[in-house]
Design a protein around this ligand. Sequence first.
Ligand SMILES: [Fe+2]
Length: 233
Amino acid sequence: MPIETWFPLAIYYEDLPDAAKHQQSLIKAVLQLEKEAIEPRNYPEMAWTGDIHGVNQIHTHPAFEWIVKQVEQHVAAYLQDIGVDLSKVDLYIQRAWPIVSRSEQEIGAHSHNTAHISAVYYIQVPTDEMGDPGSLVFFNDARVNEVCPGLGSENTDIVDSDNYLNQLYAAYPPVEGRLLIFPAKQRHAVTMNETEELRMSLSFDIVVTATGTAAGVYEFLTPPPPQWKKFSG
Ligand SMILES: [Fe+2]
């Protein structure tokens, strides 16, 4: 008896051909930004993330020009793949920041709630194959096949076979030079870097707005920021 599956989550990735050429300059720029960061916060078990250290505008920094172009090009391709008419929307990088994960550091579960699409680019990935270098894990919060709420919970102990129809998460091990794109609302985490080496990546948050010319689209799309008025007070 066949079982058909529907409503797949769309995760896009591309291994950028020029990655090696740009690797050293990106590493240098990120380490410099980490050193200069304001408001240092010391959570030894958490990776260093620029967004909570005042380093969240790398999209305007000349050292990141190449990767910003790549993000723009591949996010447009992703949106076309999921059926978006690019002539009716404008795309903005809202914020972008580096992540440096040293040994035994991780990133807890979260979503990027102020954005629509998120992208991550892996500048440097540990080569030590003895441990997980810190995988990006997407959680299946929709659980469309969980016929009783909580059925998959560890407390019930009812699910006796893990398979693709009851999968609770999908893990993407990092790959050097890979750009990965996903819906910003999809909850995710990064597992612990079990190696002794450093993992370095960049994170981008992208917002989709109306172009300002298509009538009737504002019901669902944010009007273009140039049309906004900031409170004068
Ligand atoms: Fe994230």
